[in-house]
Design a protein around this ligand. Structure first.
Ligand SMILES: [Fe+2]
Length: 236
């Protein structure tokens, strides 16, 4: 598959973000993330090639990584790719002024935040619940609710592991201060339940002051299934 020659500055930004983030995820990330991270073997000083990513992920879970020039793929398009088990990673890389926080997902978020999880079949199965429901949704409200559930679980969730609060969400995994604040218990935390999440708008252009906590991957799947499975079932 064709790949891209990124600029030296973009590789340097990758390397700097990787250097900053790895000690933090080693200390505070979910064991699930770290298991996938160790399997994926991302390079530390250059942007990973598509060949590298697709030499690992499809064999592990059947998902494929696809690069896009689009900086922010809208949800309808995103979930059509999801439905084919294709994960889009943007070619956009944040600037040096945004090393600690960028409101716009960039390739460091897409690759470093998301892709280690796609080495794990149980996690891939969780992600595979979203597209069938989204594509069968019959109203904007249902679509918004599905996006909220994804946002506060896979993108910005926390998880309990061995009595400790660990970072689970991919948006936190690629973040600076927001990761540290979440990991060090500085925010408000509530259980991840439909009742708690469905009425809550996504926080996209500022950092979160409250997050939701999964009891486990299985609890997250069970909670999501209550909302997603009946909608997906309409499509037959
Ligand atoms: Fe994301």
């Amino acid at each position: 598959m064709q790949d891209i020659d990124f600029a030296p500055e973009q590789h340097a930004i990758w390397a700097e973000l990787y250097r900053r983030q790895v000690p933090k995820v080693r200390q505070h990330a979910s064991a699930l993330y770290l298991e996938g991270f160790d399997q994926l073997e991302l390079p530390s000083d250059t942007i990973p090639t598509l060949d590298h990513l697709n030499s690992k992920i499809p064999a592990a879970t059947g998902w494929t990584v696809v690069r896009t020039d689009v900086r922010f793929t809208d949800a309808d398009e995103w979930y059509r790719f999801f439905d084919r088990k294709e994960f889009l990673i943007t070619n956009y890389m944040r600037s040096r002024q945004e090393l600690d926080w960028t409101p716009e997902p960039d390739m460091f978020h897409d690759i470093f935040g998301h892709l280690p999880f796609f080495m794990l079949p149980a996690y891939a199965a969780l992600q595979e619940m979203f597209a069938p429901a989204y594509l069968a949704a019959e109203s904007d409200e249902e679509k918004e609710n599905i996006k909220r559930l994804a946002w506060y679980s896979t993108e910005f969730g926390m998880i309990e592991e061995g009595g400790e609060l660990k970072v689970f969400g991919t948006g936190l995994m690629s973040g600076g201060d927001e990761f540290t604040n979440a990991a060090e218990g500085k925010l408000e935390y509530q259980p991840f339940t439909l009742d708690n999440v469905l009425g809550v708008d996504k926080v996209m252009y500022e950092q979160h002051d409250h997050l939701y906590v999964l009891e486990s991957l299985d609890q997250c799947v069970a909670e999501l299934a209550l909302y997603l499975v009946p909608i997906a079932a309409r499509a037959g």
